[in-house]
Design a protein around this ligand. Structure first.
Ligand code: ADP
Length: 191
């Protein structure tokens, strides 16, 4: 099993790189953002609750995303491994993920953190807002709030994995293929 946390601020390229990684390594992509957006689209009670928070740029409650991830892990028992994208985003989520995995005899192998300059993040997100249906990418204030929450509340999650010797920083500037190459090199060192 190869279980990877792909980490980084909004707009760092986690979704783009996850898509390439799951193909190359035959992994399951678990993106809490994607799962929440699907719930919003299907207008489930959870989706309706999440939409209000997401549109303001906040984080949805830990219990909500932990429940979603737990369900996904149970539904994909035969997976070769997982890429966690957008999760864990708080230390509580990281602790719960470790517990959930341990109960199945599993663990995280590696956290790779994409590092991208602030101006580039805002540029990429605004561009995505024009090209996609994502309402949270249309407004600079919402984007800045998400980056601030990342810096204030999410970045500490890296310390959790550093303490376990599993953290690797990855230069997230450059072409999609250059960045993908760096991620693959890092995975190679861990296989
Ligand atoms: P991005 O990282 O580009 O902001 P995501 O698609 O990962 O986008 O997440 C979109 C939104 O969904 C976040 O701004 C947040 O409101 C919510 N969300 C996603 N994952 C989590 C999580 N693990 N914990 C809390 N909220 C989350």
């Amino acid at each position: 099993m190869l279980n990877i946390v792909l980490f980084g601020p909004p707009g760092a390229g986690k979704g783009t790189q996850s898509e390439k990684l799951i193909k190359k390594y035959n992994l399951n992509h678990l993106s809490t953002g994607d799962i929440l957006r699907a719930s919003i689209k299907n207008q489930t009670p959870l989706g309706l609750e999440a939409k209000i928070i997401i549109d303001k740029g906040g984080l949805v409650p830990d219990e909500m995303v932990i429940g979603l991830i737990s369900k996904e892990l149970d539904e994909h028992k035969d997976a070769k491994g997982f890429i966690f994208d957008g999760f864990p985003r708080t230390t509580i989520q990281a602790e719960e993920l470790d517990k959930m995995l341990a109960s199945k005899g599993l663990h995280i192998n590696l956290m790779m953190a994409l590092e991208v300059k602030h101006e580039e993040l805002v540029k990429r997100l605004l561009n995505r807002g024009i090209q996609s249906a994502r309402t949270d990418d249309r407004n600079v204030e919402v984007i800045e709030k998400r980056i601030k929450i990342y810096n204030n509340d999410t970045m500490v999650v890296a310390e959790f994995y550093k303490a376990q010797g599993k953290f690797r920083a990855i230069q997230g500037m450059g072409t999609i293929d250059e960045i993908f190459g760096r991620l693959c090199e890092t995975i190679k060192e861990h296989q």
